[in-house]
Design a protein around this ligand. Structure first.
Ligand code: NAD
Ligand code: SER
Length: 318
C-alpha cells in the first residue's frame, strides 16, 4: 500500500483530496499537512495522521517523509493567480520553494510526486480555442511563470534523475467543502454560495469570459488516476491538459437560475482577474489525457449545478 504525504491539505483541493486518498489507500497511510494546521478540517484531523509543515523548509518535509516512510507526495502548495499577482515574490517563493524541495526530496528518497499545474500555464499568445497539449506557453502572470517552470522542472527531474513526477493542468475547480484561495476562477464557486444563501452576486468577470472548469470529484479522480497510470503509456508527464466543461458567467448564471429563479447577478469587473482570465484558454484539448491514461470526467454544468446546490443547501441548512 502506498504511504502518502499531502502538502497543503488545508486548501480547496487538499481538504477533499486527503479524504479521497484515505478512502483509497487507508486512513493511516495518508499524512495531512499544512503550514496552517488549523486549516485542516475536523474530518481530516480525526481520521488519520496530521502535522504542521512549511513546504518551503526542506528539512520539515524530509522529517515527515522519514517518520512515516512516505513513497508518494501530493504537493498542493501554491499562491493562486489573483493573490500572487498582488505579491509576485510571495507567489514565486512559495510555489517554487515548495516544488524544488519536493523534487529534491523525491530524488533522494525515491518518492513519486504529483504537483498540479494550471490553465494559468498558458498566455495570450497561446491558441485559446482548442488549446493543444503541446503549444506556446508564454504566460504574463507570476502564477503562470511558476507553473511553466514547474512543468519544465518536473520533466527535467524525470529525464535526468528518474523522479516519477506527474502533473495535470487543472482548470478552475468548483467545490463545496473549502472555499478557493484567491484565484481568477473563484467566481464560479462564489456564485453557488450566494445563490444558496439568498444573496445577490456581483460577478468580477465580464459576460463572454469563457474559461475551462471542472467539478472537484472529477479533479480528485484525475489526480489519483494519473498517479496510478501505467508509466509505459505516458508520452507526456508534466503536464496534461484536462477539462470537463467551459462556460462564461452568463451561462452559469442561467443554469443557477433554473433552480433559483429569483437569484440576481450583476457585474463589477475586477481588472486584475479580468486581464488574467482573458489570457487563459477558452477551452483546452485534453485528448492526450484521455488517450494516455483514460481521463474521463463525469460532471457537466447541469449535473454539477444540481449537486452543488444540494450540498450547499444542506451545509447552510437552507
Ligand atoms: P489553496 O490556496 O486553496 O490551498 C493551498 C494550501 O497551501 C493552503 O491550505 C495553505 O495554507 C497552504 N500553504 C501555503 N503556503 C504553504 C507552505 N509554505 N507550506 C505548506 N502549506 C502551505 O489552493 P488549491 O486551490 O487547493 O490549489 C492546490 C494546487 O492546485 C495549487 O498548485 C494550485 O495552483 C493548483 N490549482 C488549483 C486550481 C483551483 O481551481 N483550485 C486550479 C488549477 C490549479
Ligand atoms: N483556479 C486557479 C486560479 O484561478 C487556476 O489555476 O488561480
Amino acid at each position: 500500500m502506498k504511504r502518502i504525504l499531502v502538502l497543503g491539505s488545508g486548501g480547496q483541493i487538499g481538504s477533499e483530496l486527503t479524504m479521497r486518498l484515505r478512502e483509497v489507500y487507508g486512513d493511516g497511510n495518508v499524512v495531512a499537512t499544512d503550514i496552517n494546521p488549523e486549516r485542516l478540517t475536523k474530518e481530516i484531523q480525526q481520521t488519520g495522521p496530521t502535522a504542521a509543515c512549511d513546504a518551503t523548509k526542506a528539512e520539515e518535509i524530509a522529517a515527515i517523509v522519514d517518520k512515516y516512510k512516505i513513497d508518494s507526495i501530493y504537493n498542493l502548495v501554491a499562491i493562486l493567480s489573483a493573490t500572487a499577482e498582488k505579491n509576485p515574490m510571495l507567489g514565486w517563493n512559495v510555489g517554487m520553494g515548495a516544488l524544488l524541495n519536493c523534487l529534491e526530496i523525491s530524488r533522494e528518497k525515491k518518492c513519486a510526486l504529483f504537483t498540479p499545474s494550471s490553465i494559468g500555464a498558458f498566455g495570450d499568445t497561446t491558441p485559446l480555442n482548442g488549446t493543444p497539449q503541446d503549444t506556446i506557453q508564454r504566460p504574463k502572470t507570476i502564477y503562470g511563470v511558476t507553473k511553466v517552470t514547474g512543468e519544465l522542472l518536473g520533466d527535467y527531474y524525470y529525464e535526468r534523475f528518474g523522479v516519477d513526477a506527474r502533473s495535470v493542468r487543472f482548470p478552475g475547480l468548483i467545490s463545496n467543502v473549502t472555499p478557493p484561495g484567491g484565484g481568477t476562477t473563484d467566481y464560479a464557486v462564489d456564485i453557488y454560495y450566494a445563490a444558496v444563501k439568498g444573496e445577490d452576486f456581483v460577478c468580477p468577470l465580464k459576460p463572454g469570459t469563457m474559461l475551462d472548469m471542472m467539478y472537484m470529484p472529477d479533479a480528485l479522480d484525475a489526480a489519483i488516476n494519473l498517479m496510478e497510470a501505467d508509466p509505459s503509456k505516458l508520452v507526456h508527464r508534466n503536464s496534461f491538459n484536462i477539462t470537463a466543461m467551459h462556460f462564461d458567467p452568463e451561462e452559469i448564471y442561467a443554469e443557477v437560475r433554473k433552480h433559483k429563479p429569483d437569484f440576481k447577478m450583476t457585474y463589477e469587473f475586477d481588472a486584475i482577474r479580468q486581464k488574467i482570465a482573458d489570457s487563459w484558454p477558452n477551452w483546452m484539448d485534453d485528448s492526450c489525457a484521455r488517450e494516455e491514461w483514460g481521463f474521463a470526467p463525469k460532471y457537466n454544468l447541469q449535473t454539477m449545478t444540481v449537486d452543488m446546490l444540494d450540498k450547499l443547501s444542506k451545509k447552510f441548512g437552507k
